[in-house]
Structures are given as C-alpha cells and as structure tokens.
Design a protein around this ligand. Structure first.
Ligand code: MRU
Length: 357
C-alpha cells in the first residue's frame, strides 16, 4: 500500500526576504532537536566546520546561502566593493572543509553570479537580489536532484529487502530527501517493505544520531549497529544491498565517503552484496583522475579521545582521525545520479552522464 509522502526535516532554509537569515537544524545536538540561526559569513563558516550543517550537498547549499548573507550586508557598497566582498566571502567559505566537492561547486556558481551581476552594473539591493536568486536556485535544484536520485535508486530496491547504510546521507545531508536514503524514502512511500541497518559511524555517530533519527521519523524500520558489526551482519546473509552517499567522486569512479565506507565495500565484495553509491553530478570531480588525489580532511584528536562525552583514550596517546576514505570504482556496483543509474561505472560513462545534464 503506498503511503503518503513524508515531508523531510528542514535541514536548512532561508527565512524572510532581504534581509533574511538561515535557519538550520543544529546537527551536533541530534537526536535532540535544536535549531540554529545563522546571520553572517563567520557564523556559516563556524556551522560548517563544527558540522552543525554537514553532508556534501547540504554543505554546498549552506555555503551558497552564506555568500548571500554576506551580500545582503553590503547593500550600501559600491559595485566594486560588492564584487570584492562576495569573492572574499567565497574564499573564506572555501576553507571551511576540504573534502566535499559540492562546497566548491556551489561557491564557483556564486562567484560566477557575482561577476555577472557586477558586469551588468547591478548595485546595492539589485546585486544582493541577483545573489539571492542564485543561492535559492542551488537550494531548489538540490531538492529536485534528491527526488530524481530517489526515484532512480528505488528501482534497485525490492519489497522485503534489508539495506545497510553508513554515516548520514539522508535529508539531513541535503536540502531535500537525501542521497543514499532518498531511494529508501521513495521505496517506502510506494509501499515496499524495507528494513535498514544504520552503521553507528565513529567517531561522530552520524549513523546512530542522525540516520536513525530521520528514518525512524519517516516510519522506516531501522536498527543501529556499531561499524565493526557490519561485516558480521553481511556474513549472516542479512544484507541485500548497501546504499551510501559520497563527498567526491573522481573521474574514474573512485568514491570518497565517510571513514569506514572502504571497509564496508571490501566486506561487500567478499560477501557479494551490491554496493550502491547515490550522489548528484555536483559530487563528481573530473579534474581528479582517481581517488588518490582527493583531499582527505583530518579532524581533531578530541573527537576520538573524548568523543562520547568522556575521555576514551589515555592522555598522551597518539590519535589519527581521517574523516573520509576512498573506495575503488571496481567495487562500486552502481552510481545512482539524477540522470540515471550508472552500472559498473567507468570514466567514459561518468563523462557521458555529466554531458547529458
Ligand atoms: O562529515 P560529514 O558528516 O559531513 O560526512 C558526510 C558523509 O560522508 C556523507 O556520506 C556524504 O556527505 C554524502 S551525503 C549526501
């Protein structure tokens, strides 16, 4: 029986007209629900760095709205000051996190928009309105893209399947339904019976805190496991398919995603479990030939040594905390995009998909 579509949580939104502000779900508190208002560029940089807003597409949308926050504070500036200010805001926002390419993709669009506004002689409020239109277009296109990925990916899900996911690649990682979780929402809404195992996702627990929260909110049967249990659950034959998102996909189809994804893919290979990556075309970076050139963010030792609210590593012990890893394209059964499903992806297929968008 088809179920009424569930309205995804409002990960982030623009409130008001001009001037306006950004209202987001403060994700560091989840599963406790809190909201955060962001009024300026430093506030947005801080929110992205702290992971108050996170997930590749959401980071891109947040950065675009951040540039808009900066532009609306310069409505009295000269044309050159407005352009220089917007470019500086893009530069500062680009330093907030290094791995998710959607951040740079969105900032490139905002930069191009500022240059066009300047070249057309737009000043003051007109300049800011031009920037507002572009930021909101990025927001809306993310919503549409999520829906399309959801519909394409749902074709891979049969009723009765049990799926496994890692980190949070859901509504809370986008402005819409999510990437990896979007096919689950569409399948569930069409009446397919599905169950989901969510990896806890050490060290910041995006799986247990965020994925479990949003799947449960949508009425989807979800079970949390620790990351180390995923291979065992596959060995027990309980997983029909794995769905993950991505922060950056290289030209050859290598997939960068949350730390732990590589190990998951390795186990999936062994147990012959299909491994699906769901990501918009804006996550593909054809400037990088392979995944080995993707910059991997290293985060503070504190996240591991004090991650669960108490000290969990003895004082003075070294900690290594890479936030992402790279899965070779050869282990990816398909990349689900807004223009369709790329089965056993390779460079030619990826370039063709980018050309068709
Ligand atoms: O560090 P995070 O929480 O921003 O990492 C998020 C992920 O790794 C997601 O899987 C990825 O961004 C894809 S989300 C649609």
């Amino acid at each position: 029986m088809p179920k009424p579509p569930i309205e995804p949580p409002k990960t982030l939104q623009w409130v008001g007209d001009l001037p306006g502000h950004v209202l987001m779900i403060e994700q560091t508190f989840l599963p406790q629900f809190k909201e955060l208002e962001v009024h300026d560029v430093p506030g947005m940089v801080d929110a992205i760095k702290r992971l108050a807003v996170r997930g590749a597409p959401a980071i891109g949308v947040a950065a675009a709205l951040g540039v808009l926050l900066g532009a609306q504070q310069r409505m009295d500036a000269t044309g050159q000051q407005a352009l220089d200010g917007a470019l500086e805001d893009c530069r500062v926002l680009a330093q907030s996190r290094p791995t998710a390419v959607n951040l740079f993709w969105a900032l490139d669009r905002m930069q191009a928009c500022a240059r066009t506004a300047h070249a057309s002689g737009l000043l003051g409020e007109d300049f800011a309105r031009h920037m507002q239109k572009e930021a909101l277009a990025i927001f809306e296109s993310d919503r549409r893209t999520c829906r399309l990925m959801g519909e394409a990916g749902a074709e891979l899900i049969g009723s009765g399947m049990t799926l496994l996911t890692h980190c949070n690649a859901g509504a809370l990682a986008t402005a819409g339904l999510g990437t990896a979780l979007a096919p689950m929402y569409v399948a569930h809404a069409s009446g397919k019976m599905i169950k989901v195992f969510a990896d806890e996702t050490r060290p910041l627990l995006q799986g247990s805190r965020i994925t479990a929260w949003e799947l449960n909110r949508a009425g989807i049967d979800v079970t949390v496991i620790t990351d180390g249990m995923a291979a065992k659950v596959m060995q027990e034959g309980r997983i029909d398919a794995i769905f993950v998102g991505s922060d950056r996909i290289a030209a050859n189809g290598d997939v960068c995603n949350k730390i732990g994804t590589y190990g998951l893919a390795l186990a999936a290979q062994h147990h012959k479990v299909p491994f699906y990556v769901v990501a918009p075309l804006s996550t593909i970076d054809v400037s990088l030939a392979s995944g080995s050139s993707i910059p991997i963010e290293e985060r503070d030792r504190f996240e591991i040594a004090h991650g669960l609210g108490k000290q969990t590593v003895p004082e003075g012990i070294k900690v290594y905390n890479p936030a992402f890893d790279v899965t070779p394209a050869a282990w990816v059964s398909a990349i689900v995009t807004e223009v369709g499903v790329l089965k056993t992806p390779n460079e030619a297929m990826i370039r063709k998909a980018l050309g068709s968008s």
